[in-house]
Design a protein around this ligand. Sequence first.
Ligand code: UDP
Length: 329
Amino acid sequence: MKTEKILVTGGFGFIGSHLVERLLKDPNTCVHVVDSMVTSPIDLQAFLSRVQGDGRLTYDIITVGEYLSHPDLPRFDKIYHLASVVGPVGVLDYGGRIVQSIVSDTYAIAEYCMKESARLCDISTSEIYGGGRDGYCSEADAKIIPPKVTVRLEYAVGKLACEVALINLHRLQGLSVVIVRPFNVAGPRQAPRGGFVLPRFIRQALADEPITVYGDGKMIRAFTHVEDMVEGILSVMERGCPGEAYNIGNPANKTTIAALAQKVVEITQSTSKIVHVDPKKLWGRFFEEANDKFPDADRAINDLGWRPKHDLDSTIKDTVRYIAEGRRD
Ligand code: UDP
């Protein structure tokens, strides 16, 4: 069987590292990772000693722009483009530059894919919906651009602009592209640094410190285990219709953030108190809450045969185990 050559940008990130591990399970696959490591949650040596094995994983610690400006790049059959600034707190440092970085990287990738006839899977975001219909987000719905300009909005519109450009490049110039819109991903390796809720709550619970629920805690999210997310991304790459976008998120794991905090306390048997805090006091005035969001995942389920396996409890338990063991591999 022919060896498939795959490039994963952001392949040492939270989702990317799980994707790389999963891709390498196929012995006919070689994976090259391009990652600047600026926001990587892993200890690279520990990760490599666990997965590198038979030399099918290679990498460059470099930005996407720097990598693609190299004059003689190898040919890849498929590219998963995950590299991006990310996280409600993580994005704050990059305000004013987020659109530029997302758009320039994605264009460079798209141009490479057209030149080399590679298939592209672009990882977008559920934030492009701007909250959908009271949080319910279907691919058939209009995207909402809220009136208030925030750093978070810059991230959402940057990703949306890329989606639109990629779909038009498919229609007009034959780019083979599929798009994934992930909804809140959680699981082992997710770092609290970007501000993500589950690793923050779990660390607080394990240390018996106060659990910091923002505001009234009524915000709605649906959490998807990172292993289910990876299977969804693979389904979109393998079976997605070119020029189309797919929600990947588990609607069965819908919860309020206050209920999530309660579940974390119960699962960890923590003595932590749940406290309600103003996130702007923690992160500054540019921090913004997102609208409620949870996916309609019928398209991925019916058209691609994607089946998320992990419920909310098992997603929390897997994450607790990883954090409690102090792992970074
Ligand atoms: N959140 C919270 N306390 C925290 C961190 C996050 O209440 O310490 C809330 C946050 O306001 C949001 C939800 O948890 O409503 C999910 O936050 P996350 O940053 O993980 O994802 P996103 O807001 O991008 O959906």
